[in-house]
Design a protein around this ligand. Structure first.
Ligand code: AMP
Ligand code: ZN
Length: 114
């Protein structure tokens, strides 16, 4: 996707604070952190949102979670707890239409809704 912000970050065309990269997934720090640790974990292959996921995407999305677990441990937030969020669609606040997992932690969080 030529005009996708996260595709450009993955390709290195836009700078980011990269924290992880492999053949399937890239992770970088959110530019507007909502918690002491706020990392976005993004598949290298463009998928708009959960709404257009297919069976073929299942292993990739599972891999996102395993990378999240690894990064939570590396950031020393695994024991204290963290939150994984996938905003889907405008009412949920999705602003970048390239599927991504938010990894948030490092401070106590309020009730998840809202
Ligand atoms: P969402 O609202 O779930 O679509 O999440 C998009 C996230 O991308 C927001 O938390 C933004 O702060 C973050 N973001 C936008 N532009 C950048 C960027 N250039 N580098 C890192 N994070 C970004
Ligand atoms: Zn993209």
């Amino acid at each position: 996707m030529d005009d996708c912000l996260f595709c450009k970050i993955i390709k290195g065309e836009i700078p980011s604070t990269n924290v992880y990269h492999d053949d399937q997934v890239t992770a970088f720090r959110d530019i507007h952190p909502a918690a002491p640790t706020h990392i976005l974990i993004v598949p290298n292959r463009h998928i708009d949102s959960v709404n257009v996921m297919t069976r073929d995407d299942e292993p990739l999305i599972g891999h996102l979670f395993l990378v999240a677990k690894q990064l939570a441990s590396r950031e020393a937030i695994a024991e204290g707890g963290y939150r994984l969020i996938v905003n889907t669609g405008p009412q949920a606040g999705q602003t970048v239409f390239h599927i991504h997992l938010h990894l948030l932690g490092g401070a106590p969080m309020k009730h998840p809704m809202g």
